[in-house]
Design a protein around this ligand. Structure first.
Ligand code: SF4
Length: 365
């Protein structure tokens, strides 16, 4: 593990709540954003004074970071003043597609070198169903504008297994994403979470069943792989050397500091987080201890998310006979690629990763 650190900054504001979303965010208000930024900069200063570790990735997520507008410039200046940000640091910001605002210019000026754009679908009716405020045209214009500004590392989000979806609608969405030629794609199977608008009306949503969702996932993996994207993590695809360096830290169990309400950290063997409480953060930001990091169970759970897989000898030492038998069964069923002590999941295995991990953990850890 290196001495460098990833820094996550949460911008917990949205103009409108999307129908599927349970991320922590409050309704946007300019004055509240302003007092939030004061509190956030106070935390950046506090942690920068405590930690003598260089930052090699910064990720500004939300919420809707594009609501920062030009405030992204002093925010990243504050990070650079209080931490040593390495010259080659990956600095990502999430942006919602918008054909009208100047956020991308401000982000470029601030030193952002990677964008993550929430495209989600190429179909305007689907975007409406999801409660998104943009259109597919907005997404295309945003990507084009980003290219004109010189961004050469763009990630696009795609959602699959959506209401009224099938392989044809998925193909249309994939073709749309591919037409924008991103360096990276993050793709998520829609999950209906509690406390979302979709949860309350899920019986009325025409959702694909588990088999159809699985078929969509495998179709998508195949389509992106055929188009030159490396499927390097369950939900992530990239061109060569364009993996998300920040997110890889999460899966490798490396250290990162998360600032803002609902932001989690993993630092020096400890996990902690700020509660999901915007006003609490503004008044008195305090973290809550969330246990020790780096156990074997965690290493297996996180490591198997990556297509590079895990070395089981680092988890078990000598691999128990019972585990070898299970691996054999899972390999024959097409869920695992094994070259012991190394294993990784196939695309089919990624679909049922939780069950596989439960099987492999057994009574041994
Ligand atoms: S999906 Fe993004 S924009 Fe929509 S409510 Fe959630 S955080 Fe806000």
């Amino acid at each position: 593990m290196t001495n460098s650190l990833g820094l996550y900054i949460h911008i917990p504001f949205c103009e409108k709540k999307c129908n599927y979303c349970d991320f922590y965010s409050a309704f946007y208000n300019k004055d509240t954003l302003s007092v939030y930024l004061t509190a956030l900069k106070g935390e950046i200063k506090k942690w920068g004074g405590k930690l003598d570790r260089p930052i090699d990735t910064v990720y500004i997520g939300g919420g809707t970071p594009s609501l920062l507008g030009e405030e992204i410039i002093p925010l990243l200046d504050c990070v650079k003043t209080n931490f040593t940000v390495l010259d080659k640091a990956e600095i990502t910001v999430e942006a919602n597609p918008s054909s009208s605002d100047d956020f991308l210019e401000f982000a470029k000026c601030a030193g952002v070198n990677r964008l993550s754009i929430g495209v989600q679908s190429g179909c305007d009716d689907t975007l409406k169903t999801l409660g998104r405020t943009h259109t597919s045209r907005d997404a295309a214009i945003t990507v084009q504008k980003a290219r004109e500004l010189g961004f050469d590392n763009i990630s696009l989000d795609l959602m699959i297994a959506l209401p009224d979806s099938n392989l044809q609608t998925l193909k249309n969405d994939i073709d749309f994403i591919l037409s924008l030629n991103p360096e990276h794609i993050s793709s998520y199977i829609l999950k209906i979470e509690q406390n979302t608008a979709f949860f309350k009306k899920q019986d009325a949503l025409n959702l694909p069943d588990d088999d159809d969702s699985a078929e969509q996932y495998l179709y998508m993996c195949d389509a992106f792989e055929k188009n030159g994207y490396n499927h390097y993590e369950i939900s992530n695809f990239s061109r060569e050397n364009k993996e998300s360096r920040h997110n890889i830290k999460y899966w490798l169990g490396e250290d990162y500091l998360g600032l803002g309400p609902a932001a989690h950290s993993c630092l020096d063997g400890k996990r902690f987080y700020y509660p999901r409480d915007l006003m609490g953060f503004i008044k008195n930001p305090q973290t809550v201890y969330d246990g020790e990091a780096g156990g074997k169970q965690e290493a297996l759970m996180l490591g198997l998310r990556l297509s590079r897989g895990v070395d089981l000898s680092k988890i078990y030492g000598e691999i128990p006979e019972m585990i070898r038998k299970k691996i054999n069964l899972l390999e024959n069923a097409g869920y695992i690629k094994a070259n012991l002590p190394h294993i990784s999941l196939t695309n089919s295995g990624m679909l049922i990763s939780n069950s596989i991990i439960t099987e492999l953990l057994g009574d041994y850890l």
